[in-house]
Design a binder for this molecule. Structure first.
Ligand code: C2E
Ligand code: MG
Ligand code: MG
Length: 673
C-alpha cells in the first residue's frame, strides 16, 4: 500500500483517533488493511499501519471468504448506506480472535469501494454460539428473517448475496406471487411451508427450494418469518434436460414415441372438447435403409434431420410432429375445415419431402409412403389412430410406395382375420388337424409311378378342407412354418420307408418354404427326422423356390451342400416363374427342375420355353418334372419333348397315404398282368 494513501487516510480519519474501539479500513481488492487506529493495531497485533498494510491477508482466507468480501463490495457500491453486523474470527499473526464487527462502506481516494470495520466488542459468546454464528456466516444456505409484513430483519451473507437489494422485501424476492400468497396465507405456526419457487427478479431468476416458518423475532419479540433457501437452479436445469431427452429424439429434437401419447393426446382432447376433427398422418420413408447402407449412417442421420426440418417448416406447429424412431414420423393436423385439407396436406408432404437434398456431395431424393387415420372417425385416442394410420401406411407401401392411403375398415378386418387364422393354425397344429397327402410322379414314357410329392392338408373343424395357398403364408408370417414343415417331412419319411418296405423304391419330395430354409437348425432338424423315422435321404427330395437361391450367398450354398452331403436331393419348384437364372443351375447342388404348371396349361404357346427348360436340364444333367398335367394331349406333347416325369390330375391328384398305396398296388398288378 503506497504511503501517500496511508497518509491521506490518516488525514481523512484523524478525528476517529479519539474513538476507543478498534477501527480499520480494509481494501477488499488488495486484501490488506490500509488504515487502523491504535486499538485496531492492537487487535491486529501490529506496531504500525505501515507494517499492518504490508500484510497479505488473502493468505489466510478461504475462497468462500474472498468471494463473500467481493459481494460486500458490490453491496456497498449499490448502497453506500448499507451496514451489517457479523461475528468474525480474524487471525492476527495466526491467533484466532473473535469479534463482533460492524461493516460499512468506505470509498478510497482512488474511488474504489473498500470496507470500514468497527469492532463492537470481543468474544462474549459461548463456544457453541460462536461456532453457530460462524456456520451461519459461511454456509451456502440462504437464511433470512422477515417481519410479518415481509421487511427484511436479518440475512446471512449467502442470503444477502442473492437478494436484489438490501431492502428487498419477501414479496419482491419471490417472482412467483402465488407462492408468496401461499406462505403468507399459511396460518399454522410451526409448520414449514416448503416449495420450489422462482426467485430473484433483481439478480436474474433462479430456482430455490424454499422453506418458510413462522417464528418470533428474538430482538423485538414480534411475529416473523424465518426463511431458508437452497439454490437448485443447476439441478433443475439438469432434470429438465433429462426429461427433455427422455421425451425427445436426440437426433431431430422432435418429440419421440414416449412423448407422443402426452403431446398429441392433449391436442386430441382439445379437439374433442370442441367437437373438432383431425387427421393423423403416418409417414415412412421409402428405401431409407438403402441410403444408410450405401452412404453410411452419418448421411442417413443428416437425411432424417433434414426431413424433420422440412416437416417443421411445412406444419409450423412443432408440437404436432413426432419421430417414432427409424424413418417413421407422425404429423397430427386439425382442426379440419373439411377433408380436402388432408388431401392438400398430403400433396404438400409428398412434394416437399421428395425434393432432392445433397448428401456427401450427391443429390439424393427420398419419397414418403403415407397412411392417414381420421379423428374421431377412425379412433378416439392416439394409440388407435396410430395403429390405423400405420396400417394404412403399409397399404400405401403395397400400392408401390410414394403413395398415400386412408385407413379403411377392410384393412383392419384383413388384419383381424389374419390374427384369427394364426391362432387357429396354432390350435390346428396341436390338435392334429393337419395331414399329408401324396401326389404321384409318373414316368412320361412308361407311365409308372416314380415318386410322390407330399402336400399338406388342413381339415378345419368348421371351414372344412383348407388349401395350403390359404394358410402357408400365414404360417410363414407367424413362424409356425417350422413346426408344420417338420411334421410334413416326418410323414414323408414314414411313407418313404413303409413303401420301400413293400418293395416300392420311390422318390418322395417335400416342399420347403424360404422362411423355413432360413431357420438356423434346419439341417440338423431334417437329418434327425430322417434318422429317427428310419428313412433313406437318397430317396427324399426337397423342393425349394427360386427366391431361396436369390440370396446368392455363401450361407445358402453351405446349407444346400450340407443337405446334399447327407443324401437329400434338391429340386427347384415352379421353375420358370421366377428369375430362372442359369447361374443357379451351375452354382447350386441341384438335381431336379419342376416346370411350373402355368406352362403346361398353355402347352402350345409355351412350347419353346418348355423345350428350352428340358434341354437346359439335360445340359446340366438334371431331372425334369412337368407339373399340372390334366389332359392326354398335354402328356402327349411332353412325350414328344422328351420330358422325364409328370404330375397332374390326369393321372391323380394328391391322395391320402392309404389311397396312394392302393395306386401303387394297382400299378404293380398292371405290370404283372
Ligand atoms: P406346389 O409345390 O407347386 O404343388 C403343386 C400344387 O399343384 C398342389 O397344390 C397340387 O395339388 C396342385 N396340382 C397338382 N396337379 C395339378 C393339376 O393337374 N392341375 C392343377 N390345377 N393343379 C394341380 P396344393 O396342394 O394346393 O399346394 C399348393 C402349394 O402349396 C404347393 O405348390 C406348395 O407350394 C405349397 N405347399 C403344399 N404343401 C406344402 C408343405 O408341406 N410345405 C410348404 N412349405 N408348402 C406347401
Ligand atoms: Mg411343390
Ligand atoms: Mg410347383
Amino acid at each position: 500500500m503506497p504511503h501517500t494513501t496511508v497518509a491521506t487516510l490518516e488525514k481523512r480519519l484523524a478525528e476517529l483517533k479519539r474513538v476507543h474501539q478498534p477501527l480499520w479500513v480494509y481494501d477488499i481488492d488488495e486484501a490488506c488493511i490500509v488504515w487502523a487506529n491504535a486499538e485496531g493495531l492492537d487487535l491486529w497485533q501490529s506496531e504500525s499501519v505501515q507494517e499492518l498494510s504490508a500484510r497479505d491477508l488473502s493468505k489466510d482466507m478461504t475462497q468462500v471468504v474472498t468471494r463473500r468480501l467481493q459481494q460486500y463490495q458490490q453491496d456497498f457500491v449499490r448502497d453506500e448506506s448499507a451496514r451489517f453486523t457479523e461475528y468474525w474470527t480474524v487471525y492476527p499473526n495466526g491467533v484466532p480472535q473473535s469479534v463482533e464487527l460492524l461493516f460499512s462502506a468506505f470509498e478510497l481516494d482512488d474511488g474504489r469501494m473498500s470496507m470500514f470495520c468497527e469492532a463492537q466488542g470481543f468474544q462474549k459468546l459461548s463456544n457453541d454460539a460462536l461456532r453457530s454464528s460462524q456456520a451461519l456466516l459461511h454456509t451456502s444456505v440462504m437464511i433470512s428473517l422477515y417481519s410479518d409484513q415481509g421487511e427484511p430483519l436479518y440475512r446471512n451473507p449467502a442470503a444477502r448475496a442473492s437478494a436484489g437489494s438490501n431492502g428487498e422485501r419477501l414479496h419482491e424476492h419471490m417472482v412467483d406471487a402465488s407462492a408468496m400468497q401461499r406462505i403468507l396465507g399459511s396460518s399454522e405456526p410451526e409448520v414449514d411451508f416448503v416449495a420450489r419457487v422462482h426467485v430473484g427478479e433483481g439478480k436474474g431468476k433462479r430456482w430455490h427450494d424454499i422453506s418458510a416458518r413462522r417464528c418470533l423475532d428474538a430482538v423485538s419479540g414480534e411475529s416473523a418469518w424465518l426463511v431458508s433457501e437452497v439454490d437448485v437452479s443447476q439441478l433443475k436445469a439438469t432434470q429438465e434436460r433429462a426429461n427433455f431427452l427422455a421425451e425427445h429424439d436426440t437426433l431431430t429434437g422432435l418429440p419421440n414415441r414416449n412423448h407422443v401419447s402426452v403431446v398429441l393426446e392433449q391436442r386430441l382432447a382439445q379437439m374433442s372438447a370442441r367437437a373438432q376433427q383431425g387427421a393423423l398422418i403416418f409417414i415412412d420413408l421409402d428405401h431409407f435403409k438403402d441410403i444408410n447402407d450405401s452412404l453410411g449412417h452419418e448421411a442417413g442421420d443428416k437425411l432424417l434431420v433434414e426431413i424433420a426440418d422440412r416437416l417443421r417448416r411445412l406444419v409450423g406447429d412443432k408440437d404436432s410432429i413426432a419421430r417414432l424412431g427409424g424413418d417413421e414420423f407422425l404429423v397430427l393436423i386439425g382442426p379440419l375445415a373439411d377433408e380436402d385439407v388432408v388431401d392438400k396436406r398430403i400433396r404438400e408432404l409428398k412434394q416437399h419431402l421428395a425434393e432432392p437434398m445433397t448428401l456427401q456431395g450427391r443429390s439424393v431424393r427420398v419419397t414418403p409412403s403415407i397412411g392417414v387415420s381420421l379423428f374421431p372417425a377412425d379412433g378416439e385416442n392416439i394409440d388407435e389412430l396410430m395403429s390405423r394410420a400405420d396400417l394404412a401406411m403399409y397399404h400405401a407401401k403395397d400400392l408401390g410406395r410414394n403413395e398415400a392411403a386412408y385407413f379403411t375398415r377392410e384393412m383392419s378386418e384383413a388384419v383381424d382375420s389374419r390374427i384369427n387364422l394364426e391362432s387357429e393354425l396354432m390350435v390346428g397344429l396341436n390338435e392334429e388337424q393337419f395331414s399329408v397327402c401324396f401326389q404321384p410322379r409318373i414316368d412320361v414314357q412308361s407311365g409308372e409311378i416314380r415318386g410322390a410329392e407330399a402336400l399338406v392338408r388342413w381339415q378345419h373343424p368348421v371351414r372344412g378342407l383348407v388349401n395350403p395357398a390359404d394358410f402357408i403364408p400365414a404360417c410363414e408370417d407367424s413362424g409356425l412354418i417350422g413346426k408344420l414343415g417338420r411334421f410334413v417331412l416326418t410323414q414323408a419319411v414314414i411313407a418313404q420307408r413303409v413303401w420301400a418296405e413293400r418293395g416300392h423304391t420311390l422318390k418322395i419330395s417335400v416342399n420347403l418354404s424360404a422362411v423355413q430354409f432360413a431357420e438356423n437348425t434346419l439341417v440338423e432338424d431334417f437329418m434327425r427326422i430322417v434318422d429317427d423315422n428310419g428313412g433313406d435321404p437318397h430317396f427324399l427330395e426337397l423342393e425349394i423356390t427360386e427366391s431361396v437361391l436369390m440370396g446368392n450367398d455363401q450361407a445358402t450354398i453351405g446349407k444346400l451342400q450340407a443337405l446334399v452331403d447327407y443324401g437329400f436331393h434338391i429340386a427347384i419348384d415352379d421353375f420358370g416363374t421366377g428369375y430362372s437364372n442359369l447361374s443357379y443351375l451351375h452354382r447350386y447342388p441341384i438335381s431336379c427342375l419342376k416346370i411350373d404348371r402355368s406352362f403346361i396349361a398353355q402347352i402350345e404357346t409355351a412350347q419353346p420355353i418348355i423345350e428350352l427348360i428340358i434341354s437346359m436340364a439335360r445340359l446340366f444333367d438334371l431331372d425334369v418334372v412337368a407339373e399340372g398335367v390334366e389332359t392326354a394331349e398335354q402328356l402327349q406333347a411332353l412325350k414328344a419333348y422328351d420330358c422325364q416325369e409328370y404330375q397332374g390330375f390326369y393321372y391323380a391328384g394328391a391322395v391320402a397315404p392309404d389311397a396312394f398305396t392302393a395306386l401303387l398296388d394297382r400299378g404293380s398288378d398292371e405290370a404283372a398282368a
